[in-house]
Design a protein around this ligand. Structure first.
Ligand SMILES: NC(=O)c1ccc[n+]([C@@H]2O[C@H](COP(=O)([O-])OP(=O)(O)OC[C@H]3O[C@@H](n4cnc5c(N)ncnc54)[C@H](OP(=O)(O)O)[C@@H]3O)[C@@H](O)[C@H]2O)c1
Length: 324
């Protein structure tokens, strides 16, 4: 089968499309015939050698890809919830061989039956961003009806889902984005959009219940200004696992009786809750996958260059094979 392999860390051209052995699923795994994967910032960070959090997991040669949608081809002897022929989506094993591949063997607990009536290219855009957005907005942010929610990086892969999840939970949603994404985010359900290039959210907002930082840009000053806009007892959740919360930041939070958490990675519970929550909301018509561009696997280097601009709207999908 064909898969992307990286033999040396570096720029987009280190990704090579190679012929490799088709994996064999372990007892708790399924073999998935992959139709779609997508590009996440973690992919280009791993391709370049990782960061403080990821580096120790990376052994060359390695595969890439944290999302997959496809069809179950085989099931391990202990798998009960999924069967051959099911259309599934989920997050592949990490560390592992990645999902930029024609077949993957993955923990069944990290996969779920796809929402009804969506294409593989849409389902492949969702899992890892849904995991982070669901954990941030629902599990940790605990967004309640009427609460004011500020989402930094609202137009991105994680951010657009966070907007939709917060809206589905009944929140009043404020997102930060560039001007060209204002109408897009309002159509997605945002009540207000702040153009971070020309406006200062800390001058415009007060009494925010939950701040979710889903921007791909690490900026300590955004964190500190986010505390300023939080209400007493508010909640701050940040996707930057590689940027620990500083003492100054924690002191500022404590002065407001607010809490701050980093979100990332996954456990069986969070995979199950994020995938089932996403599936339900898509089936109810309250959430949709936002795919801005689709690249064939052979053009993965261009897909990475696109993602590295940090201005992708929604997701870039890698089409592994065409839907029948
Ligand atoms: N995807 C995952 O599985 C995952 C898992 C764990 C953690 N994370 C982390 O979550 C963060 C977001 O990931 P992602 O996949 O959503 O990234 P992404 O899709 O690459 O984010 C792109 C978006 O970021 C916005 N943006 C760029 N600069 C910004 C700024 N200064 N302020 C606010 N927004 C800005 C852009 O909006 P405009 O074009 O409108 O400016 C664009 O829509 C990353 O730090 C990532 O490491 C992601």
């Amino acid at each position: 089968m064909k898969a992307i392999r990286v033999h040396e860390f570096g720029g987009p051209d280190v990704m090579k499309l190679e012929e490799v052995e088709r994996p064999v699923p372990a007892a708790d795994e399924i073999l998935v015939k992959v139709y779609a994967s997508s590009v996440n910032p973690a992919d280009y960070i791993i391709r370049e050698g990782g960061n403080e959090v990821l580096r120790s997991f990376l052994k060359l040669p390695l595969g890439l890809g944290l999302d997959a949608a496809g069809i179950v081809e085989e099931t391990g002897s202990e798998v009960t919830g999924l069967k051959n022929g099911d259309k599934v989506y989920g997050v592949p094993n990490f560390p592992g061989d990645g999902s930029y591949a024609e077949y993957i063997a993955v923990k069944a607990s990290q996969f779920s039956v796809m929402p009804q009536h969506i294409a593989f290219n849409e389902a492949g855009a969702l899992p890892s961003c849904a995991l982070i957005a669901w954990n941030g907005i629902v599990d940790l942010g605990k967004v309640q009806p009427g609460q004011r929610v500020l989402i930094h990086g609202a137009a991105g892969g994680v951010g657009n889902l966070a907007v939709q999840f917060a809206k589905a939970m009944g929140g009043y949603v404020i997102g930060t984005a560039s001007a060209h994404n204002v109408d897009f985010l309002k159509e997605l359900g945002a009540d207000e959009v702040i153009d971070y290039n020309t406006q200062h959210f800390e001058e415009l907002l007060r009494d925010i219940d939950v701040v979710f930082n889903a921007s791909p840009v690490r900026d300590e000053s955004v964190r500190m200004k986010s505390v300023d806009v939080l209400k007493e007892g508010g909640i701050f959740v940040c996707t930057h696992l590689d940027q620990p919360l500083t003492d100054d930041f924690l002191t500022a939070l404590a002065q407001k009786n607010a809490t701050g958490t980093l979100v990332g990675g996954g456990s069986v519970t969070t995979y199950t809750s994020s995938l089932s929550g996403t599936t339900r909301l898509i089936n109810e018509g309250k959430v949709k996958a936002v795919v801005s561009k689709v690249y064939p696997l052979s053009q993965v280097a261009d897909a990475h260059r696109d993602s590295e601009t940090r201005h992708v709207r929604g997701k870039i999908v890698l089409e592994i094979r065409k839907e029948d």
